[in-house]
Design a protein around this ligand. Structure first.
Ligand SMILES: *[C@@H]1O[C@H](CO)[C@@H](O)[C@H](O)[C@H]1NC(C)=O
Ligand SMILES: *[C@@H]1O[C@H](CO)[C@@H](O)[C@H](O)[C@H]1NC(C)=O
Ligand SMILES: *[C@@H]1O[C@H](CO)[C@@H](O)[C@H](O)[C@H]1NC(C)=O
Ligand SMILES: *[C@@H]1O[C@H](CO)[C@@H](O)[C@H](O)[C@H]1NC(C)=O
Length: 186
């Protein structure tokens, strides 16, 4: 009888001297976060307009390797973009968002581009929400696929993928237009 009492007592003393519990992680319920169990799946379809020239230039080469212009693939070039995303392929089509980020020529043999960008939407229920895309874009392939690695606002917890198809490549106005289909769970 006395042994458990003593151990209880020492346990009390011990707990008195135990450090404060500053837990850096804990499990929480989806209900606490106001997240519905059922995830939404959204298909977004738009055109990415990359303007390399003109009054509304939106893509700028900001860096390169010493031998970039001698490589067959443009390896080492880095381009910063704030490209409009439009409903249609025409340059006067309505802008629904922007692709903000950069792309770098990351393949020494072919035009394989590393895309790192946030799709920033400005329309309706998506206004202010973003989708983050990270992936390889092999420009000469018919369809390229990149990962959706996250999002904000409506797109919190986003996962999914984006498919890109070139419509026009560097026309006489320095414009390239790429059709995007983005499938995102959020
Ligand atoms: C450039 O952008 C402005 C503002 O969006 C627009 O009014 C103008 O028509 C554009 N210029 C050209 C040449 O498309
Ligand atoms: C938009 O396209 C039209 C023809 O398709 C062209 O005349 C005009 O200059 C283009 N605007 C820009 C900013 O490239
Ligand atoms: C999007 O949000 C911004 C900032 O809250 C606001 O100024 C703008 O009017 C909104 N645009 C649309 C189309 O709702
Ligand atoms: C999910 O879809 C429903 C029905 O379209 C919509 O009411 C709700 O706002 C969506 N939730 C998010 C986070 O987009």
């Amino acid at each position: 009888m006395s042994i458990p009492l003593i151990s209880l007592f020492s346990l009390l003393i011990l707990s008195f001297y135990l450090p404060q519990n500053h837990a850096f992680s804990k499990s929480i319920t989806k209900e606490e976060m106001g997240i519905k169990q059922r995830q939404n799946l959204t298909h977004l379809h738009f055109y990415f307009h990359d303007y390399f020239k003109g009054p509304n230039q939106s893509a700028f080469r900001i860096a390169q390797a010493p031998n970039t212009d001698k490589t067959p693939s443009g390896f080492g070039a880095l381009v910063m973009i704030d490209d409009p995303l439009k409903e249609g392929p025409e340059n006067d089509s309505k802008t629904i968002g922007y692709a903000q980020g950069m792309y770098g020529f990351a393949d020494q043999k072919q035009q394989g581009i590393l895309m790192v960008m946030n799709l920033v939407f400005i329309e309706g229920q998506y206004n202010g929400s973003t989708i983050s895309v990270l992936g390889r874009n092999e420009v000469m392939s018919k369809v390229r696929e990149m990962g959706v690695v996250g999002g904000s606002g409506v797109f919190r917890f986003a996962t999914g993928y984006a498919q890109a198809k070139t419509i026009t490549m560097l026309d006489k106005f320095g414009a390239s237009v790429v059709e995007y289909d983005v499938y995102v769970q959020h």
